[in-house]
Write a protein that binds this ligand. Structure first.
Ligand SMILES: *Cc1c(COP(=O)(O)O)cnc(C)c1O
Length: 237
Protein backbone atom coordinates (compact mmCIF):
# COMPACT_ATOMS: atom_id res chain seq x y z
CA UNK A 1 0.00 0.00 0.00
CA UNK A 2 1.14 3.55 -0.65
CA UNK A 3 1.56 6.02 2.22
CA UNK A 4 -1.70 7.68 1.19
CA UNK A 5 -3.56 4.36 1.20
CA UNK A 6 -2.17 3.47 4.63
CA UNK A 7 -3.25 6.81 6.09
CA UNK A 8 -6.72 6.56 4.61
CA UNK A 9 -7.05 3.00 5.91
CA UNK A 10 -5.86 4.02 9.41
CA UNK A 11 -8.27 6.91 9.41
CA UNK A 12 -11.30 4.92 8.33
CA UNK A 13 -10.54 2.21 10.85
CA UNK A 14 -10.26 4.80 13.60
CA UNK A 15 -13.56 6.46 12.70
CA UNK A 16 -15.22 3.04 12.83
CA UNK A 17 -13.60 2.24 16.15
CA UNK A 18 -14.61 5.59 17.69
CA UNK A 19 -18.21 5.00 16.58
CA UNK A 20 -18.14 1.50 18.10
CA UNK A 21 -16.80 2.87 21.40
CA UNK A 22 -19.50 5.57 21.42
CA UNK A 23 -22.28 3.06 20.88
CA UNK A 24 -20.87 0.72 23.49
CA UNK A 25 -20.98 3.47 26.10
CA UNK A 26 -24.33 4.93 25.15
CA UNK A 27 -22.88 7.97 23.42
CA UNK A 28 -23.73 9.35 20.03
CA UNK A 29 -20.79 9.42 17.57
CA UNK A 30 -21.98 12.86 16.38
CA UNK A 31 -21.31 14.26 19.85
CA UNK A 32 -17.62 13.35 19.68
CA UNK A 33 -15.04 15.48 17.86
CA UNK A 34 -11.85 13.84 16.65
CA UNK A 35 -8.80 16.10 16.62
CA UNK A 36 -6.06 14.56 14.47
CA UNK A 37 -2.83 15.45 16.28
CA UNK A 38 -0.36 16.02 13.46
CA UNK A 39 2.75 17.31 15.26
CA UNK A 40 5.97 16.22 13.49
CA UNK A 41 3.99 14.80 10.57
CA UNK A 42 4.09 16.45 7.17
CA UNK A 43 1.61 18.84 5.61
CA UNK A 44 1.34 16.32 2.79
CA UNK A 45 0.16 13.58 5.20
CA UNK A 46 -2.30 16.05 6.67
CA UNK A 47 -3.68 16.85 3.23
CA UNK A 48 -4.22 13.13 2.64
CA UNK A 49 -6.14 12.77 5.89
CA UNK A 50 -8.11 15.95 5.14
CA UNK A 51 -9.09 14.46 1.79
CA UNK A 52 -10.49 11.45 3.69
CA UNK A 53 -12.79 13.86 5.55
CA UNK A 54 -10.85 15.09 8.60
CA UNK A 55 -10.83 18.86 9.18
CA UNK A 56 -9.85 19.26 12.86
CA UNK A 57 -6.07 19.06 13.34
CA UNK A 58 -4.01 19.59 16.49
CA UNK A 59 -0.54 21.11 16.55
CA UNK A 60 1.79 21.50 19.53
CA UNK A 61 4.39 24.00 18.35
CA UNK A 62 3.75 27.54 17.14
CA UNK A 63 6.36 27.61 14.40
CA UNK A 64 5.29 24.25 12.98
CA UNK A 65 1.66 25.41 13.06
CA UNK A 66 2.46 28.61 11.15
CA UNK A 67 4.37 26.69 8.46
CA UNK A 68 1.59 24.15 7.99
CA UNK A 69 -1.15 26.76 8.09
CA UNK A 70 0.55 28.45 5.18
CA UNK A 71 1.20 25.19 3.30
CA UNK A 72 -2.43 24.10 3.71
CA UNK A 73 -4.10 27.47 3.34
CA UNK A 74 -6.39 26.21 0.57
CA UNK A 75 -8.02 23.62 2.87
CA UNK A 76 -10.80 24.54 5.34
CA UNK A 77 -8.84 23.18 8.31
CA UNK A 78 -9.91 23.90 11.89
CA UNK A 79 -6.71 24.23 13.90
CA UNK A 80 -6.39 23.17 17.54
CA UNK A 81 -3.50 24.12 19.81
CA UNK A 82 -2.70 20.99 21.82
CA UNK A 83 0.78 21.94 23.07
CA UNK A 84 2.08 24.19 25.82
CA UNK A 85 2.29 27.84 24.74
CA UNK A 86 4.79 30.29 26.18
CA UNK A 87 3.43 33.77 26.93
CA UNK A 88 5.88 35.38 24.51
CA UNK A 89 4.28 33.38 21.69
CA UNK A 90 0.72 34.24 22.69
CA UNK A 91 0.25 36.89 20.00
CA UNK A 92 0.87 34.31 17.27
CA UNK A 93 -1.71 31.98 18.79
CA UNK A 94 -4.66 34.07 20.03
CA UNK A 95 -7.45 34.28 17.48
CA UNK A 96 -5.90 31.70 15.14
CA UNK A 97 -7.41 28.51 16.55
CA UNK A 98 -10.76 26.79 16.59
CA UNK A 99 -9.84 25.85 20.15
CA UNK A 100 -6.80 26.23 22.42
CA UNK A 101 -6.73 23.16 24.67
CA UNK A 102 -3.88 24.23 26.90
CA UNK A 103 -4.59 27.46 28.80
CA UNK A 104 -2.72 27.07 32.08
CA UNK A 105 -1.93 30.47 33.63
CA UNK A 106 -3.27 33.96 34.25
CA UNK A 107 -0.20 35.33 32.56
CA UNK A 108 -1.01 33.46 29.37
CA UNK A 109 -4.71 34.40 29.57
CA UNK A 110 -3.70 38.06 29.86
CA UNK A 111 -1.26 37.75 26.95
CA UNK A 112 -3.99 36.21 24.77
CA UNK A 113 -6.41 38.93 25.85
CA UNK A 114 -3.97 41.67 24.90
CA UNK A 115 -3.79 40.34 21.36
CA UNK A 116 -7.58 39.82 21.21
CA UNK A 117 -8.11 43.44 22.28
CA UNK A 118 -6.16 44.48 19.17
CA UNK A 119 -7.77 42.06 16.74
CA UNK A 120 -11.32 42.13 18.10
CA UNK A 121 -11.46 38.35 17.73
CA UNK A 122 -12.86 35.83 20.23
CA UNK A 123 -10.80 32.76 21.10
CA UNK A 124 -12.28 29.56 22.57
CA UNK A 125 -10.11 27.94 25.26
CA UNK A 126 -9.98 24.97 27.61
CA UNK A 127 -8.20 24.86 30.95
CA UNK A 128 -5.41 22.30 30.90
CA UNK A 129 -5.51 20.40 34.18
CA UNK A 130 -2.47 18.54 35.52
CA UNK A 131 -4.83 15.82 36.65
CA UNK A 132 -2.31 13.60 38.47
CA UNK A 133 -0.24 16.49 39.87
CA UNK A 134 2.88 15.43 38.00
CA UNK A 135 5.75 17.89 38.58
CA UNK A 136 7.14 17.61 35.02
CA UNK A 137 3.82 18.31 33.36
CA UNK A 138 2.13 21.49 32.19
CA UNK A 139 -1.34 22.40 33.39
CA UNK A 140 -2.83 23.86 36.53
CA UNK A 141 -3.73 21.99 39.68
CA UNK A 142 -7.39 21.16 40.17
CA UNK A 143 -7.46 23.52 43.12
CA UNK A 144 -6.44 26.41 40.86
CA UNK A 145 -9.23 25.93 38.32
CA UNK A 146 -11.79 28.15 40.00
CA UNK A 147 -9.43 31.11 40.34
CA UNK A 148 -8.27 30.93 36.72
CA UNK A 149 -11.84 30.40 35.53
CA UNK A 150 -13.02 33.47 37.43
CA UNK A 151 -10.13 35.49 36.07
CA UNK A 152 -11.12 34.60 32.51
CA UNK A 153 -14.78 35.42 33.10
CA UNK A 154 -14.09 38.76 34.78
CA UNK A 155 -10.97 40.03 33.00
CA UNK A 156 -10.68 38.34 29.60
CA UNK A 157 -13.74 39.14 27.49
CA UNK A 158 -12.02 37.89 24.34
CA UNK A 159 -11.62 34.40 25.76
CA UNK A 160 -14.50 31.95 25.65
CA UNK A 161 -13.99 29.31 28.32
CA UNK A 162 -15.52 26.06 27.07
CA UNK A 163 -14.24 23.27 29.32
CA UNK A 164 -11.20 21.29 30.39
CA UNK A 165 -8.42 19.14 28.98
CA UNK A 166 -6.04 16.61 30.54
CA UNK A 167 -3.25 14.18 29.76
CA UNK A 168 -3.14 11.31 32.26
CA UNK A 169 0.20 9.82 33.37
CA UNK A 170 1.96 8.07 30.47
CA UNK A 171 2.35 4.81 32.35
CA UNK A 172 -1.42 4.57 32.52
CA UNK A 173 -3.01 3.42 29.28
CA UNK A 174 -6.32 1.96 28.30
CA UNK A 175 -8.55 1.28 31.29
CA UNK A 176 -5.86 2.47 33.72
CA UNK A 177 -6.51 6.02 32.50
CA UNK A 178 -10.19 5.84 33.21
CA UNK A 179 -10.16 7.13 36.82
CA UNK A 180 -8.25 10.22 35.65
CA UNK A 181 -10.87 10.90 33.01
CA UNK A 182 -13.65 10.48 35.58
CA UNK A 183 -11.79 12.92 37.80
CA UNK A 184 -11.61 15.51 35.02
CA UNK A 185 -15.33 15.17 34.31
CA UNK A 186 -16.16 15.66 37.99
CA UNK A 187 -13.85 18.69 38.14
CA UNK A 188 -15.56 20.19 35.08
CA UNK A 189 -18.99 19.63 36.66
CA UNK A 190 -17.83 21.34 39.85
CA UNK A 191 -16.34 24.32 38.02
CA UNK A 192 -19.53 24.66 36.03
CA UNK A 193 -21.50 25.04 39.23
CA UNK A 194 -18.95 27.40 40.79
CA UNK A 195 -18.78 29.72 37.80
CA UNK A 196 -22.38 29.33 36.67
CA UNK A 197 -20.93 28.88 33.20
CA UNK A 198 -21.67 26.42 30.45
CA UNK A 199 -18.53 24.27 30.04
CA UNK A 200 -19.58 21.68 27.47
CA UNK A 201 -16.18 20.40 26.34
CA UNK A 202 -13.95 17.69 27.77
CA UNK A 203 -10.79 17.09 25.73
CA UNK A 204 -9.41 13.74 26.85
CA UNK A 205 -8.27 10.46 25.32
CA UNK A 206 -5.41 9.67 22.91
CA UNK A 207 -4.45 6.64 20.80
CA UNK A 208 -3.88 4.39 23.82
CA UNK A 209 -6.91 5.26 25.90
CA UNK A 210 -9.69 6.86 23.87
CA UNK A 211 -12.25 4.22 24.70
CA UNK A 212 -11.89 4.88 28.44
CA UNK A 213 -12.19 8.62 27.76
CA UNK A 214 -15.35 8.13 25.71
CA UNK A 215 -16.80 6.01 28.50
CA UNK A 216 -16.20 8.91 30.92
CA UNK A 217 -17.75 11.60 28.75
CA UNK A 218 -15.02 12.95 26.45
CA UNK A 219 -16.45 15.31 23.83
CA UNK A 220 -13.08 15.64 22.06
CA UNK A 221 -10.42 12.96 21.60
CA UNK A 222 -6.92 13.91 20.41
CA UNK A 223 -5.37 11.16 18.33
CA UNK A 224 -2.07 11.09 16.46
CA UNK A 225 -0.38 7.69 16.30
CA UNK A 226 -3.45 5.68 15.32
CA UNK A 227 -3.82 7.88 12.23
CA UNK A 228 -0.29 8.86 11.20
CA UNK A 229 1.73 6.01 12.74
CA UNK A 230 4.67 6.65 15.08
CA UNK A 231 6.14 10.15 15.11
CA UNK A 232 9.64 10.50 13.59
CA UNK A 233 12.11 9.05 16.14
CA UNK A 234 14.19 12.18 16.65
CA UNK A 235 11.14 14.20 17.55
CA UNK A 236 9.10 11.60 19.38
CA UNK A 237 7.33 12.86 22.45
C1 LIG B 1 0.87 14.13 20.80
C2 LIG B 1 -0.36 14.39 21.57
C3 LIG B 1 -1.52 13.62 21.38
C4 LIG B 1 -1.59 12.42 20.45
O1 LIG B 1 -1.07 11.31 21.07
P1 LIG B 1 -1.10 9.85 20.36
O2 LIG B 1 -0.73 8.94 21.45
O3 LIG B 1 -0.11 9.90 19.25
O4 LIG B 1 -2.49 9.62 19.87
C5 LIG B 1 -2.65 13.98 22.09
N1 LIG B 1 -2.66 15.03 22.94
C6 LIG B 1 -1.57 15.79 23.15
C7 LIG B 1 -1.64 16.91 24.10
C8 LIG B 1 -0.39 15.48 22.48
O5 LIG B 1 0.70 16.23 22.72
Amino acid sequence: MSRAEILKDNYERLIESLATACRKHGRSPEDLTLVAVSKFHTASDMATVAAAGQLDFGENYVREFLEKKDALKNLPIRWHMTGHVQSRKAAEVAGNFELIHTLDSKKLADAYQKKLDESGKVQAVLLEINIADEPQKAGIKLTEARELGEHILTSCPGLKLEGMMCLPPVFDAGEASRPWFAKLREARDKLKRELGADLPKLSMGMSGDYEAAIAEGATIVRIGTDIFGPRPAKARK
